[in-house]
Design a protein around this ligand. Structure first.
Ligand SMILES: Cc1cc2nc3c(=O)[nH]c(=O)nc-3n(C[C@H](O)[C@H](O)[C@H](O)COP(=O)(O)OP(=O)(O)OC[C@H]3O[C@@H](n4cnc5c(N)ncnc54)[C@H](O)[C@@H]3O)c2cc1C
Ligand SMILES: NC(=O)c1ccc[n+]([C@@H]2O[C@H](COP(=O)([O-])OP(=O)(O)OC[C@H]3O[C@@H](n4cnc5c(N)ncnc54)[C@H](O)[C@@H]3O)[C@@H](O)[C@H]2O)c1
Length: 484
């Protein structure tokens, strides 16, 4: 017999305790409301244990070593390759050995209630949880339910893939061993970063992508990353579909490509994109039906409020990967701050309808200034609109681009190669976007984000003098090339 659920009321029920869920719960509590977080796995979510933190921990030692190897005077001191065991151990440290105690402490210190279990909506404002300890919970939300359930990996329709013991990004980022031969399927951010990480740890890596590498980034920038991977021995099989995969008797994997070639690997990593984790959440009980492909999609307004949810008033929100706009931790946390503040304000009657752009309740940066960094070596950092996107969005846009060749870059590393681009709104003379590629350019990005968000006029940006001799001097060269 299924026991009667334990019923409790909260102002806000947040499903999913990843970065986005934690932040939305934190904001509503700060706003004077009560909140419960429901988590089926580890408090902290994908980023802490199987995504950002472990992947960057795997990449950073290789970047540091390569930095020394490209700096005469230091390179003579480098006599060995990476210590893979030490890198994996440091990665374990950064995932807290997949223990969530410190994040659980934060939740409790913040005054948020935690329920461990799998949650689903059974009616508007009603969430039932199958507790991991066997308890059934019925959580009633007075003001809002927030979906912060993250995303799940896409599985490409490749014959035989289901029968192979392939890695997803979870298995790759938590790997205990470095495979001798690794085949990576997918040329997006995850595939590119992990291909380089494992190549530098000693794997012989082949990356197979049905289109180009990092196809959503400017071509010149992506080419620098491709050159970096090739220099590390990664074989790039671009514009090549994968037709069939099967496991050999000796445990290796045979991969047949559409161009007729084949390869054998000890492990296959599938990193072919992700989609919002919305299945099994009971959304059919509150008015949503899957599309013809069986997938659920939610539309949200600029506060994260889901449009079209059944029941009285505005009560269903989605943030982070679950909202499906920008699959980045920092942007999910940004959405969570705005959504949490909007829920608290609405609960007190302090916010009616759609907030003004750039108000604290609106996720306006989602439309204009999303930053992203590909943590390969060289790095690729971009914010805002590409030239193409800007023109498609109706802007009278131009661009200016340059190789990064300033005193700061030549001091930074021998044969420093980089590329930078600004995208400019010709009508308002402000920045719409910026891209930098090159060793250690990630930290250049926030200056560009500030300029895009602040809509700083170019003739004022001219007065933002980059220190000499830093790589940031490329800003000056770009503005000079533009005509200032
Ligand atoms: C390999 C890799 C590397 C990445 N690196 C970066 C990076 O360097 N920088 C960056 O900004 N982004 C990076 N990302 C993206 C980043 O990981 C995600 O954008 C981020 O984790 C999303 O946070 P979230 O809180 O929305 O979802 P998640 O972190 O996925 O959290 C969702 C939580 O909800 C829980 N949950 C789901 N369904 C239920 C349910 N029904 N009941 C209860 N709990 C539930 C899950 O267990 C999970 O803990 C990377 C992604 C990958 C795959
Ligand atoms: N540094 C970071 O911030 C970082 C790092 C890793 C991942 N992420 C996030 O995680 C998300 C997932 O990363 P990802 O690299 O898996 O996704 P992605 O969308 O960046 O790349 C997916 C790749 O898989 C390919 N692909 C898709 N379907 C395919 C199919 N059927 N067959 C073959 N190839 C196929 C695409 O062409 C693309 O190259 C991204 O949206 C990204 O925002 C961020």
């Amino acid at each position: 017999m299924i026991p009667e659920p334990v019923g409790r009321d909260f102002d806000v029920v947040v499903i999913g305790a990843g970065a986005a869920g934690e932040n939305v719960a934190g904001r509503v509590v700060r706003g004077g409301l009560t909140a419960v977080l429901v988590e089926a796995e580890l408090v902290g979510g994908e980023c802490s244990y199987w995504a950002c933190m472990p992947s960057k921990a795997l990449l950073r030692p290789g970047t540091a070593l390569h930095g020394a190897q490209t700096t005469p005077g230091a390179k003579e001191a480098v006599t060995r390759t990476l210590d893979a065991a030490a890198v994996l151990a440091r990665r374990n440290y950064f995932t807290s050995n997949w223990q969530d105690d410190s994040q659980v402490d934060w939740v409790s210190d913040t005054g948020i209630e935690l329920v461990r279990g799998r949650a689903a909506l059974t009616a508007p404002r009603t969430v039932e949880v199958a507790g991991l300890d066997g308890t059934q919970h019925r959580l009633q939300a007075r003001h809002a339910v927030v979906l912060a359930t993250g995303s799940v990996p896409n599985t490409p329709p490749i014959e035989g893939l289901q029968d192979v013991d392939a890695w997803g990004t979870r298995e790759a980022t938590s790997a205990g061993e470095v495979p001798e031969r690794l085949a990576v399927l997918g040329g997006g951010v995850a595939g590119t970063e992990l291909a380089q990480a494992f190549a530098r740890l000693g794997s012989s890596v082949t990356l197979i992508a049905r289109s180009g590498l990092l196809g959503s980034f400017p071509e010149e920038a992506a080419q620098l990353v491709a050159a970096g991977l090739r220099a590390d021995g990664v074989e790039l099989r671009l514009h090549t579909a994968t037709e069939r995969i099967h496991a050999n008797d000796d445990g290796t994997v045979h991969i047949a490509l559409a161009d007729g070639s084949t390869l054998t690997a000890d492990k296959v990593l599938v990193s072919t994109g992700r989609r919002p984790a919305l299945a099994g959440l009971g959304l059919e009980h509150v008015g949503f039906e899957p599309d013809e492909e069986g997938r659920l999609r939610l539309e949200t307004d600029n506060t994260g409020l889901v449009t079209g949810a059944g029941g009285e008033g505005s009560w269903l929100y989605a943030v982070g990967d679950a909202a499906g706009r920008n699959l980045y931790t920092h942007q999910g946390k940004y959405e969570a701050r705005a959504t949490g503040d909007a829920i608290a304000a609405r609960a007190k009657g302090g916010l009616d309808g759609r907030p003004a752009d750039w108000s604290r309740f609106a996720q306006t940066a989602n439309e204009h200034a999303v930053p992203g960094v590909v943590f390969t070596d060289p790095e690729l950092a971009t914010v805002g609109r590409s030239l193409d996107r800007a023109r498609k969005d109706g802007y009278n846009a131009s661009s200016v681009e340059l190789p990064i060749q300033v005193a700061g870059s030549s001091l930074h590393a021998e044969n420093y190669e980089g590329w930078a681009q600004l995208v400019i709104d010709e009508d308002r003379k402000v920045l719409l976007g910026a891209t930098f590629a090159g060793p250690d350019v990630a930290e250049l990005l926030h200056a560009a984000t500030v300029a895009v968000v602040g809509e700083v006029p170019l003739d004022r940006l001219w007065h933002a003098v980059p220190s000499y001799p830093t790589i940031s001097e490329v800003w000056l060269r770009l503005l000079e090339k533009y005509g200032l």
